[in-house]
Design a protein around this ligand. Sequence first.
Ligand code: ZN
Length: 444
Amino acid sequence: MMASNTTTILLLLLLLSVPITTHSSSETETIISRFQHYLRINTAHPTPNYHEAVDFLKSQADSLSLESQTIELVNAKPLLLIKWSGSQPNLPSILLYSHTDVVPAEHDKWSHHPFGAHIDNGCIYARGSQDMKCVGMQYLEAIRRLKSSGFQPLRSVYLAFAPDEEIGGHDGAEKFSQSEIFDQLNVGVVLDEGLASPEEKYRAFYAERSPWWLIIKAVGAPGHGAKLYDNSAMENLLKSIENIRRFRASQFDLVKAGLKAEGDVVSVNMAFLKAGTPSPTGFVMNLQPSEAEAGFDIRVPPTADPESLERRIAEEWAPASRNMSFSFKQKVSVRDKFGNPVLTKTDSSNPWWSLLENAIEKAGGKLGKPEVFPASTDARYFRERGLPAIGFSPMANTPILLHDHNEFLSKDEYLKGIEIYESIIKAYASFEGNGSEGGSRDEL
Ligand SMILES: [Zn+2]
């Protein structure tokens, strides 16, 4: 049966209204081969080839007619900064951040060479394919598409390719975020890495937990191993360990009951126990030692109350009344330089969050609930300055393989991610502002 004229016209209109965003097959091959090129540059610690990576990325910037400069805040640790000028340079800019370094790979445990970027069954195998060379290249590919479509940014867009994230970021993001060069960029929002999502929804992160590495120590009079007496070092330490174990269980119960996500509770794990009097064959067995020590890796979410945790440590976990003392091997503050929790707001006070959500949806993706990142990323250095920073890597339907053997990303997810960033960068760079987008820096 023939369709009526009206139906034909409606069908035609429908077809025309579908945006043509798919890449042609030769274009797709070129896009993938550029990604492979970046992946094949061995930037693994301890000897990352930073200069080759920066040279390659700079050639990409040149091919897009974008200005770029290499900054060495520390000798031999280059950071490449690329600029796409906006028509209203007074508006706070967008920073698309990524790191060029990757963690080492044990070649013999991989099915393909970790720096071969071999494609198997539509998946690209390489160290850095998830963490986070994908994101760095996707930013550039998205800009390539936006430029060829004739899009003009209102806000300036910067891309930073930084070294050293995998070893703490102290010579990369930390120094960069405190530099005069950074101040001059007048950054309004930072995008940094997230994690792959095994499900259909992408994940986005608004904060991280701060590591507190606690050491508690008990002292007491030594005594014969046969004597029962109070206040021995071991006895006092064990009381604390029992106390800490109960606290750990109470936090874990919240996660198990589904009341809190893992990133929202204080995690405590014992890292070491040190006690006993060594002997040539092990330990002296008939002696109660005068000192005993234990170390804990505590991770504190920015939503926790650090003062009450500190009180708990001083009064219950290492009380002076039980001859105990404590110290921190590392203690990262959960507050920024303004005294606010180090987190990026996800409510209506932060327009960047809803812009991100809408842009992802517009490109056909879905975003899960905002999460606290389980470990550390460079985003913390920007949040500590009071800037909104969102951790996001567009990898859905993908197992989490960062730092693992056989890290891979499928070609389709990679290409889809480019479209997602195209939509995000377009939304961010066109955002005229509503006066509330600058983060806590406005409080200066
Ligand atoms: Zn990373």
